[in-house]
Design a protein around this ligand. Sequence first.
Ligand code: RM4
Ligand code: MN
Ligand code: MN
Length: 431
Amino acid sequence: MVVDRSRIEEENQIRLAWHESDLAHALDVVGRSGVDGEVVVTEVARFSAAAPSWAVGTGGTRFGRFPGGGEPRNTYEKIDDIALLNSLTGANRTVSLHVPWDDPGLGAGAAALRRHAEELGIGFDAMNSNTFQDNPSTTGDGAVSYKFGSLANVDESVRRAAIEHNHYVIDLGVELGSRALTVWLGDGMNHPGQASFRSQFERVLTGLVDIYAHVPDDWAMFTEHKPYEPAFYSSVNNDWGTSLLLAQGTGDRVKCLVDLGHHLPNTNIEQVVSRLAMVGRLGGFHFNDSKYGDDDLTVGSITPFQLFLIIGELLEAGGGRMPVAAYMIDESHNLKDPLEDLIQATDALQVALAQALCVNRADLADAQQANDAARAAEVLHRGFRTDVRPLVAEARRRNGAALDALATYRAIGYRAAVTATRGADSMATGL
Ligand code: RM4
Ligand code: MN
Ligand code: MN
């Protein structure tokens, strides 16, 4: 379905008069804190978070999956959905592919997929290599298996297959115009004594060095840590410290990727962000929210204040702007229409960014210098409690997107239209 921009414009017209009066008020309110609302709008308008190709279909749990209607059947249709999403939000300008879940093949296949994305104004964000499950195209007819790990495996031929898969994903990314590779591994142990912590780490590091040797000079590579799952006793890359050791041990252009759901309970994630940024190793983000573990819930839906503080640290690292990094939404949509959840996630990110931009950083620094914890809290909360929604809506409008993205999505009837063409129980089965 081709996105009809005039429908978005019609919907915006309905809301324009109220928006203009809300916006004038919001600019006035933030101005009183010594913050330039125009700068907030501009910075929010600049921000974009990649949509992962796997997020436009319904996820599931190991207990089952309840498909929605009209889900994309292949990578082309996933990109169609992301283009629709971007036309509504103006802030999802790239797609992040996961290979082999998405594999157009080198040469003509990659070129055709790239053309399709370009026609829709969508670029390719970081490539994700999947070595946490067996797949005939990577492990070859069961000759090797990732059952006991990929890069950490004791078997040299399995490690080689995993390294070669990563090389292939890089080659594919080059042809698609991507600029980064994200390596998240399922490697670890399910049972104490199953393997040596040290040997597993050393084998992973050796493998990453081999992968990095294939990474083009203008690319970055990211190590993504996660404490547990699928390995439930220990993961090789289990926390940010290990991730940093792996990144530093691999090479200069290797940075750490922080997935908000990949921390043990009560971890101070904003402090992790500050530390990694301080040593120049913060490279990417996977946004989601969690109550118990790697829940992949809608970002900002459970801990919005934490999200605000995290984005505040990013602004600190970027000198008042969002630093250059790979930002991606990594959520699993089990109940909501995936596109509706991505709309809400993108909005939550923009709201948190606008709130963080509404903090008067000079006032905060003064309060810190004076050891005035109460005033520091006031300065932070003035930003956090500002109703920034008109500023975010204005950022969307300036990007040619929708003032109210969710209402517009419903009004244009996209889900019904794709359900008619793709079917009521469609799902992705490959390219
Ligand atoms: C992991 C992790 C990775 C994602 C996979 C599918 O938990 O978050 O980023 O690629 O799930
Ligand atoms: Mn992730
Ligand atoms: Mn995860």
